[in-house]
Design a protein. Structure first.
Length: 70
């Protein structure tokens, strides 16, 4: 049985959730004094920004493509 594949929006939301988790782990690592903590937090923040940009682009251009198909 095959299920419906994930769309772009769902993939971006999963990427953002991973980014938030990574940023939280980086914040905890920074608080405990680990040298890699700031890098983890920065990588998580970058993933979160990438997700926000992707969702914004999907909202702007996704509407246009859906209107073309109708």
């Amino acid at each position: 049985m095959t299920g419906r594949s994930w769309g772009h929006r769902e993939r971006l939301l999963a990427l953002g959730a991973f980014g938030v988790l990574l940023a939280m782990c980086g914040a905890v690592a920074t608080a405990t004094g680990a040298p890699s903590g700031p890098g983890l937090a920065l990588a998580g923040a970058a993933l979160g920004c990438w997700e926000a940009l992707g969702l914004w682009l999907y909202a702007v251009y996704g509407r246009q493509f859906r209107m073309d198909k109708a």
